[in-house]
Design a binder for this molecule. Structure first.
Ligand code: ADP
Length: 396
């Protein structure tokens, strides 16, 4: 019968070991707390690598004599091999020749099988340099430690498997979201085109000329919307595979942004855009692609910060042009900010506003292709500011 003090001691050790999140720290605690009744110099865990079928040292600690052996756990590998071959506990005593020599040369080894998920998967090996031999009781304590170590390694494997599963599930959910967003974005304009074309083709109704033009205009706009969507998807994959061609010429950023603003204002006359611009030198850039960046920023501001005015500033700072593009809309929650330039990323809860999550990804890739930088700052209910920096001296 185990006395109550021993049981209570075991209970405390159990609690302390199980409380450690990291498996190596848990093993340190396990071996450390039992070392009072089970003295050893070094300990190591060898596991069979399922791929290479070789033995791998996954844990090693040097506590007493021969401390240098911590990094190199070769001292126990032949014992570990014997344990795996026999499936049994092995005791190795020092050879006769080492008797009377340096204590560190006289290794007393204890190797115990490690069964993980009822499969013999490795060995736990202890060494005492210069003895004494491991007693029967100590072999039992060693077996308890082996059993416990195996449980901790199994817990590690389960935690790793769960993390991997979580990441696969996240990836799958993300792919489902992308597919449903893209099909929604394709279906909406197609629905309009089909609906208005069918109406025009009806033989039982005669549409007056104004209505006909109105329907045809909608069909035309929705077809443009489809083209833009498909172009965006193609462009984003070309940008990802770095196969999109850029044509660099001299570009004046102030003129370029004002041109885009004029085009936007012709479609949205009520949109207020302010400029605060320092005289700027031209830069080397692809005017068409850089315009696309600002078209996306305007389009986002119109979608996500409706009724807000847009303030644009351009300055030179440290040999670079710094452009700020600010709205005073509802802002972006801080948790989502790190992701908004990722491909297909949409802030959750934006499903009522049309979009694919490609716009800012495209912006960022275009700016990066100019060796520039783009980032965002946002405050809830105050607004969002995009910052762009472009080099004045060519870096091509
Ligand atoms: P999309 O507009 O197609 O969803 P984007 O890549 O252009 O994709 O933008 C990513 C996300 O960033 C959007 O889903 C939106 O939630 C957020 N966002 C972009 N611009 C703004 C803005 N000016 N104000 C608030 N949120 C914005």
């Amino acid at each position: 019968m185990m006395d109550i003090t021993t049981l209570s001691l075991l209970h405390n050790i159990f609690q302390e070991v199980q409380g450690k999140q990291d498996w190596k720290t848990a093993l340190d605690t396990l071996f450390g707390s039992l070392r009072g009744s089970f003295v050893f110099d070094n300990v190591a865990i060898y596991l069979l690598d399922p791929q290479t079928k070789g033995l791998e040292v996954v844990y090693a600690r040097a506590k007493g004599r021969g401390k240098k052996a911590e990094a190199d756990a070769a001292w126990g590998s032949s014992t570990a091999i014997d344990v795996l071959a026999s499936g049994e506990t092995i005791l190795h005593l020092p050879s006769q020749e080492t008797k009377g020599t340096d204590r560190v040369a006289q290794a007393y080894l204890l190797g115990i099988p490690l069964n993980i998920g009822s499969k013999l998967s490795g060995a736990l090996v202890f060494v005492r340099f210069g003895g004494p031999e491991f007693s029967d009781l100590q072999i039992q304590i060693g077996s308890l430690q082996a059993f416990w170590s195996a449980a901790l390694i199994e817990r590690r494997d389960l935690q790793e498997a769960r993390t991997e599963l979580d990441s696969v599930q996240r990836q799958m959910r993300f792919q489902e979201d992308v597919v449903s967003t893209i099909s929604h974005e394709l279906r909406t304009p197609l629905g309009f085109i089909k609906g208005y074309a069918t109406s025009l083709l009806r033989q039982d109704t005669i549409w007056d000329e104004t209505t006909q033009r109105e329907f045809l205009n909608i069909i035309d706009e929705e077809a443009d919307q489809l083209t833009r969507l498909i172009e965006n998807m193609l462009e984003s994959s070309r940008l990802q595979s770095k196969t999109l061609q850029f044509k660099f010429t001299q570009v004046r950023m102030d003129a370029l942004v004002r041109d885009v603003a004029t085009r936007v204002n012709s479609r949205y006359p009520e949109l207020k855009i302010t400029f605060d611009v320092q005289p700027l030198p031209p830069i080397q850039g692809d005017g068409f692609r850089l315009s696309q960046v600002f078209e996306n920023l305007f389009s986002n501001a119109i979608k996500y910060a409706p009724d807000s005015e847009i303030n644009i500033s351009m300055r030179i700072s440290d040999g670079r042009i710094r452009i700020t593009f600010a709205d005073n809309g509802k802002g972006i929650p801080e948790d989502y900010l790190p992701f908004i330039f990722e491909r297909f990323y949409r802030v959750p809860g934006e499903r009522t506003v049309s979009g694919t999550g490609l716009g800012l990804y495209i912006c960022r890739q275009i700016v990066l292709a100019h060796h520039g930088n783009i980032w965002v700052e946002s405050a809830l209910n105050k607004g969002t500011t995009f910052y762009l920096e472009l080099s004045i001296t060519p870096q091509l």
